[in-house]
Ligand binder design. Structure first.
Ligand code: F6R
Length: 260
């Protein structure tokens, strides 16, 4: 697990650079796309590189991480709508190349299985962009989630619903209680995981993620078992890291050929 502590601008450039390097490799690329605030600057930067520097997503596919259950099709906070608005509709993905689990499916287990099958069929996710919840969730795998879990329905914690009420005009009751989310096992199958976190509200979760014992109480800790994880954090989110100086020193002395 590599930890990079830097300003948001630097972190944004690193994450966008990792996506760009894959897209320019000339092979079909599969991206895992998170919603929420954390990846927004990266999506803005990717849209800029597409617009101004010809970065193309035409040969890429995308899978979103999660989706609320039961939000009406025209609700602006439906994650497939958010992903379309924040990234998919701003670059040149082919029609249908970005897919998310359907939170309005009549048969939820069948929808989750078919989503897993679609990811498998695509060849698997090359780079998964992640945020982390204040309660340590990744995707919407709340505390207690199985490390072996695949895409399925989950119940959101009250803390997550409170955190996300800002997207629903501050109205907790409007935040759905259920979601579909890639499982921890699904996320662990991605070849490279790039997790972004900023602000003091994330400091405890980031500390557990990087330095805590691996525990279902802090689901993101499973990433300690992943061979290629990059944790991109601003100084506030890094403020509880015990080994922050070491991470800074390591990154400063990193050989240029290593990339992310
Ligand atoms: C979003 C997702 C969540 C968020 C997390 C952090 O698709 O799966 O895990 O990444 O809740 O949210 P923000 O980035 O809004 O702080």
């Amino acid at each position: 697990m590599e930890v990079v502590i830097a300003s948001t601008d630097v972190l944004t450039g690193l994450a966008a650079g990792a996506v760009e390097a894959l897209l320019r490799s000339g092979r079909p690329v599969v991206l895992g796309l998170a919603t929420g605030s954390s990846p927004l600057a990266v999506y803005d930067e990717l849209a800029r590189r597409h617009r101004e520097e010809g970065l193309s997503f035409a040969a890429a596919r995308g899978f979103t991480l999660d989706e609320y259950v039961g939000l009406p099709a025209d609700h602006p906070e439906r994650y497939r709508t958010v992903i379309e608005k924040e990234i998919a509709g701003r670059v040149d993905f082919q029609p249908g190349a970005v897919r998310g689990p359907d939170g309005l499916a009549a048969d939820i287990p069948a929808e989750c299985s078919s989503y897993e099958e679609a990811i498998r069929h695509s060849g698997g996710i090359d780079l998964q962009i992640l945020g982390i919840g204040t309660d340590g969730h990744i995707g919407f795998n709340e505390p207690g989630s199985s490390f072996a879990s695949r895409t399925r329905i989950k119940t959101l914690t009250e803390q997550t619903r409170r955190d996300n009420a800002r997207f629903f005009d501050g109205d907790l009751e409007s935040v759905p209680r259920h979601c579909l989310t890639q499982g921890l096992g699904t996320i662990m199958d991605a070849r490279h995981v790039v997790l972004l976190a900023s602000g003091t509200a994330k400091a405890e979760a980031v500390h557990h993620l990087v330095e805590g014992p691996v525990s279902a109480l802090w689901p993101g800790t499973i990433l300690q078992h992943h061979p290629h994880v990059t944790v991109l954090v601003d100084p506030a989110a890094a403020s509880r890291l015990q080994l922050a100086d070491y991470y800074r020193e390591t990154y400063a002395a990193k050989p240029a050929w290593q990339g992310l």
